[in-house]
Design a binder for this molecule. Sequence first.
Ligand SMILES: [Zn+2]
Length: 241
Amino acid sequence: MLHSSELIAQALKLTPDAGLPTWQDAATHCSHCACPINPGDLFSPVALGAFFSDSRDLAAPNGIVCWRCVHLRKKTLLNGLSFTVITRDAVYPIAQNIHKAWLFLTPPEGPFVALHSSSTMQHLAWRTPVTLDNRRISIRFGPNLFVVRPDRMRKAMGIALQVTERAGGKWLSPLLLDRKAAAGYHGLINPKAEALLEAGERDFLVNLAAGERWALSATMNAKQPLPERPDPITETLIAKL
Ligand SMILES: [Zn+2]
């Protein structure tokens, strides 16, 4: 099994911090990413504060982390990876909509890890599964672990273009969408587009997964951002470590 921490360590060429202790007890797992920690492996004890909010995502309640998660818990990477896609050899920013369009409509080959903060200083990396098959993207949006299927994203975008055409050419989104996926209207059919939708199209749109509705908030809008592959920020991040 490929853990997100291993993929990120590879992309950023991470190495263990000096002076970490060596695990002497029976084989166990990293409490964060679930990587095996065997006798002789480097590890670190970890003290989780009273306000640590991600306890439910811990892989084991043993109070230790692997050497990779020592890095993932530091401020530099909490911030540096907050809006990113990480492959084996590069880190790509996805804060902008054109870059989200790249990920959601024309994703890179797996394996990769996809992360998107919903506020500041969130732990995202260690609790996000690696996407192996790019037909089914796992992406963490803050506390939400979402699944986004690019073929369904492309189909939804096609419906939006057709509805726009039927409306006379001025952009008309068939869905009401909220970038934070929080508003009461998020994911509802746009009343202005209702009459222009065929039954099959309507059914398709109301049955999109929660992650797809959120992902569409970046691509299904009047600006119609076209997919653009972002320039990697790998070296910039490595320089900050
Ligand atoms: Zn770990």
